[in-house]
Design a protein around this ligand. Structure first.
Ligand code: ATP
Ligand code: ZN
Length: 298
């Protein structure tokens, strides 16, 4: 392995794979990835992508095999607690929050089973792949319960008689529904993150980390942002500025031949919905145009 190149760990195949690769692509990275290849070479950046199981990412960064990793907060938190249980401290540093991989670690009970708060968990068997986070949750609420640690297929544990209820990741809730389970408590709100090694990197490598992070920030801002253009009577400007969602200082341009009117151009840091356009029109705006933003660098 070439030590002058950054190594970034990404989930090999799973829910984080496509959004992670899409993010890197939008950051301008060109990689060639052969089928089933473990590593992809960055053609236009000194950065290689390693494809691994998401659970291995904290360790790879912790042990300095990789400099960076894209991984869910759920995996990170569990790892932190697991390390803490042995008296060790996590060495990876969480340096960014990403806008994908949203889910929550939740407790769910079979339909028809009554639930009246955490005390209902007392003495129950709870199946999970996140024993450390569940144990902390129970400990903080002073509830004694049996944690049944499984490596997968948690949602069918109650039907198999292996547990009374479960603690598992949920996003839309459709898996729970399909398994006749009802979500009752949230243990952790999760999303994808960027982690890095605590080691000081050589300046050239560090510079690339900074550049990548800046591009990631830009990509994430752009995803939310719209460029809006409209015409407005000068008298309505204050109201129109108030209505523009998340815009700092719009550009006001005079309109040739219309002394009472101006053109307003603004970057809105939030999505612009039909309702906003309708309110702007009501306030006197006309010729409204909303454009996607392609790139942004603060
Ligand atoms: P691997 O083989 O890499 O260990 P996995 O089965 O652990 O795969 P996935 O199910 O692909 O992983 O989930 C990867 C990550 O995606 C989770 O750790 C979590 O951060 C995030 N995620 C988002 N929504 C969900 C969901 N509904 N269920 C599970 N994970 C989700
Ligand atoms: Zn996993």
């Amino acid at each position: 392995m070439d030590d002058a190149r950054l190594k970034l760990a990404v989930q090999k195949s799973g829910r984080l794979t496509d959004p992670s690769l899409d993010l890197l692509l939008r950051c301008g990275l060109k990689i060639s990835r052969g089928k089933d290849q473990l590593m992809a070479y960055g053609e236009n950046m000194p950065l290689d992508v390693l494809f691994v199981r998401d659970d291995d990412i904290p360790d790879l960064v912790q042990e300095d095999v990789c400099d960076l990793g894209l991984v869910g907060l759920n995996v990170l938190e569990e790892k932190r607690l697991e390390l803490a249980a042995t008296g060790a401290k996590a060495r990876f540093q969480q340096i960014r929050t990403l806008d994908f991989g949203r889910c929550r670690l939740s407790i769910a009970v079979p339909e028809g089973v009554s639930y009246e708060g955490p005390s209902s968990l007392r003495g129950k068997r709870i199946a999970t792949t996140y024993p450390f986070m569940l144990a902390r949750y129970l400990r903080e609420r002073d509830v004694q319960a049996e944690i049944v640690t499984l490596s997968g297929a948690v949602e069918i544990a109650p039907r198999l008689g292996r547990a009374d209820l479960i603690c598992d990741l949920v996003s839309t809730g459709s898996t729970l529904q399909a398994n006749h389970l009802r979500e009752v408590e949230t243990v952790l709100e999760s999303y994808a993150t960027v982690i890095r090694t605590p080691l000081e990197l050589p300046p050239e490598k560090n510079e690339w980390v900074e550049r990548l992070l800046m591009r990631i920030d830009g990509v994430q801002q752009v995803r939310e942002s719209k460029y809006i253009m409209l015409h407005a009577p000068r008298s309505a400007l204050a109201e129109i500025r108030r209505l523009l969602p998340g815009s700092e200082s719009p550009t006001i341009i005079p309109l040739e031949g219309f002394p009472d009117k101006v053109a307003v151009h603004a970057v809105c840091r939030e999505n612009v919905f039909w309702e906003t356009l309708e309110s702007l029109k009501k306030a006197g705006a006309s010729s409204l145009l909303v454009l996607p933003v392609e790139k942004m660098l603060a």
